[in-house]
Design a protein around this ligand. Sequence first.
Ligand SMILES: *[C@@H]1O[C@H](CO)[C@@H](O)[C@H](O)[C@H]1NC(C)=O
Ligand SMILES: *[C@@H]1O[C@H](CO)[C@@H](O)[C@H](O)[C@H]1NC(C)=O
Ligand SMILES: *[C@@H]1O[C@H](CO)[C@@H](O)[C@H](O)[C@H]1NC(C)=O
Ligand SMILES: *[C@@H]1O[C@H](CO)[C@@H](O)[C@H](O)[C@H]1NC(C)=O
Ligand SMILES: *[C@@H]1O[C@H](CO)[C@@H](O)[C@H](O)[C@H]1NC(C)=O
Ligand SMILES: *[C@@H]1O[C@H](CO)[C@@H](O)[C@H](O)[C@H]1NC(C)=O
Ligand SMILES: *[C@@H]1O[C@H](CO)[C@@H](O)[C@H](O)[C@H]1NC(C)=O
Ligand SMILES: *[C@@H]1O[C@H](CO)[C@@H](O)[C@H](O)[C@H]1NC(C)=O
Length: 788
Amino acid sequence: MSTTILIFALFLPSLFVLGHYSSQCTYKGSCRDCIQEMECAWCNMPNNNKTGGKPYPHCIHNSLVTNEWCPDDEMFPPSTDYTKTIVKKLESTNDAQNFNPFTPQHFKVTLRKGEKVDIEFQYQQPENYPVDLYYIMDLSNSMEGHRKKLGELGVKLAEALKNLTNDVRLGFGSFIDKVDLPFVSTVEHLLKSPCTGCASPYSFKNHLNLSSDYEKFKMEVKGSKVSGNLDTPEGGLDAMMQAIVCKDQIGWRSKARHLLVFSTDAPFHIAGDGKLAGVIEPNDAKCHMTNNYYTDYLTYDYPSISQINHIAKENNINIIFAIVPKNEDIIKLYQKLSDTIENSNFGVLQDKDNNNVISLVVKNYNKIVQSVTLKSNATDDVDVKISANCQNSKPNGCGDVHVGEVINFTATVQLRECLGANNTRKIISIKPEALHESLIIELDTLCDCPCSSPSHKSYTSNSAKCTYTGDLVCGVCKCVTGRIGANCECDSSIGLSEDTKHCKKTEQAEVCSGQGECKCGKCKCHTRPNPNEVIDGLFCECNNYSCKREAGLLCSGKGICKCGKCSCDGGYTGDACQCPDTNTTCIALGSNLVCSGYGVCNCGQCECTIEGHFGKYCDKCASCPSERCAELRDCVECKAYQTGIYDKDECELNCKGYNVQTVDTFNDDDITKCTVSDKAGCRITFKYIYDDNQELIITAKKEKSCDGPPNVLAWIFGVIGTILIAGLIMLIIWKVCTTIHDRREYAKFENERQKLKWHRNDNPLYKQATSTFANPVYNRSSSRLPSK
Ligand SMILES: *[C@@H]1O[C@H](CO)[C@@H](O)[C@H](O)[C@H]1NC(C)=O
Ligand SMILES: *[C@@H]1O[C@H](CO)[C@@H](O)[C@H](O)[C@H]1NC(C)=O
Ligand SMILES: *[C@@H]1O[C@H](CO)[C@@H](O)[C@H](O)[C@H]1NC(C)=O
Ligand SMILES: *[C@@H]1O[C@H](CO)[C@@H](O)[C@H](O)[C@H]1NC(C)=O
Ligand SMILES: *[C@@H]1O[C@H](CO)[C@@H](O)[C@H](O)[C@H]1NC(C)=O
Ligand SMILES: *[C@@H]1O[C@H](CO)[C@@H](O)[C@H](O)[C@H]1NC(C)=O
Ligand SMILES: *[C@@H]1O[C@H](CO)[C@@H](O)[C@H](O)[C@H]1NC(C)=O
Ligand SMILES: *[C@@H]1O[C@H](CO)[C@@H](O)[C@H](O)[C@H]1NC(C)=O
């Protein structure tokens, strides 16, 4: 009870300190983890001096940061408002070649995990923005009727665009299909010219690179020849792919709007159709053009629609489908295709003038020009939210923007996740759809502390503080694999201090027997104020101060205390080493029996086990004949009386240890009294005792008594005899007395008789035979009455 209170009292202050600092920060074990929480700050060396040795945590809440907790140079981030937003401004240049609509164009930002920064910039809708228009025409046989029309369309397009912007480049290409069965007949003469006045079939041909030479464009479009193929669908997607990816050959400018006008009257082959001609390799979305012809059409399958979509987006190409309405199905098909491809529009060539397609292109151009949608290429770990400050704002941008209008944008950049172990610089671009120019945000992620780098001054490899099994990083140990604990002191296979199962003898037992703390699955026993008192043992179950004491001495001072048990010095045994470890003190001198054979030697003292025996060596017995009497007799005889079988020399020799004294009488209570007879029949009486020094002390009666030994029968007969004799004597005395009495009486009688001369008649006893009675009245002179 009192220990619990004591322990509680000891921990109370530290609980208080920790409680004060307790937050999710407190539990962050490394600088990296700590600074990834926005509200936490890290200290390599928290100043624990001022808390009276109670540890401050390394990681604490920003609001608790004080100088007392951490010196400035050990803290990271150095101050709570560390977020650094370095903005590097590049003013936008407005010459047509290097036009960039963003002001500024470049930002540098440093963010912690979870931190947000608002980046404000302006966007100006470009004026006279260059336009590249590439016109792809289906030149299969069926198009013959429309070819002229389409040629005129191209020319008109060029003129319309020139009206919108003064920098227009036009290019022209055409397609038929993969030149192989079943798409195109491979009969030799048909390969040369599949129809009268037809060109030989090809997959895709680039007739004219993008150029500002409108006359040439008109000429090319008008002069192009149709060719022939077999099946209805055409290889339009092959052509589209090549026209997009062959950037250098076609001459797409990076800083221009890209329009691709695709006109056809037939459906298209899709990915997988190539199998019909034995082409199985999927389209690689790469340029394979030689001499303005697509050459590898038999190596690669048709591209998929999603490939086209992706590639078009990647290259900022707006596709406009200008469809010859041969039937409803074609219209529906291309409508759907247009829906699927993000930056695409769809129009049907209706009237003679093709004005609707022209207006489609113009509308499309204007749609691009009159709105702005900004997109970032940030990955999922960075969140970029773009909002515009404009009248008709829409997600990520604005509608109804006039050319030259300046719009204020705000991009909110937040670092959501720290991916990877290192500080990484991320380049994020924000750019308008279908435009090449971009705003660059250089984002440095502050995911790790500088002190985590091995080159940092506070990084110590293989540090002593980490038990030489880890690196001291930012003030804490980073242990090698297999080691754990605050100082890498624990083996991970055993477990942390918190895991106490290895610190208990049994499941129910107290941790470290209540005498220590469990560290790394091992008990660390408490120390005692007295340095001589030590607690030890695997579970602190032992100590060297609680052994049995004898006479106030631990283990009688004759041994050492090991785990609560005395380990005795040589010669001692017993709980408290209080016993000699030999039986010698239990063996009487001259005897070779432990406790005379009547007991066991226990702790150097006899414990008599045979009834009746007692005494130091169990040699005394109240009711049994003494054993040693006979053995000692000869020596007693020779020593006390100089008689017996030993002569003087033999006596000296054989009876050396015996000290024989003589006394007149014995006390009656001496028990070990021996009475033995010598040869002569005289009785020798002696007793023996052992003094404390185990010396045998023999005391003999001075005089031998030489009458035979007392005999019970003799006693009985003696008693009877005595009684008889006494009776006899009494009879004799009685006889004598009566005789004496008789004689005396006789003598007296004789005496009396001689004194009196008795007549015979005087015999008083004699009575006369005759009786004479006198008459009382007759008085005569003679009276014979004997009465006087
Ligand atoms: C804490 O005290 C120790 C010795 O008492 C001293 O060496 C150390 O510099 C002190 N630390 C701080 C941060 O004051
Ligand atoms: C070009 O613009 C002028 C005047 O702005 C207009 O008259 C002409 O019709 C336009 N041409 C085309 C092809 O739109
Ligand atoms: C287009 O330009 C490329 C090189 O830039 C050239 O090889 C090719 O022949 C040109 N094509 C036409 C049709 O002029
Ligand atoms: C756009 O931002 C600039 C500079 O930040 C400011 O001067 C201007 O007033 C802002 N315009 C609008 C429409 O908010
Ligand atoms: C971190 O940087 C170190 C060296 O600078 C490199 O060895 C390690 O692969 C990098 N880790 C990651 C996840 O980029
Ligand atoms: C975003 O675009 C820029 C510029 O094109 C590029 O440097 C950066 O690597 C891209 N970032 C991602 C995450 O793709
Ligand atoms: C207990 O053990 C310690 C260390 O072994 C020793 O210094 C001390 O004297 C011992 N105490 C006793 C009472 O034996
Ligand atoms: C001492 O005597 C006891 C029995 O009395 C016996 O068990 C023990 O072994 C003896 N010890 C020695 C050292 O003779």
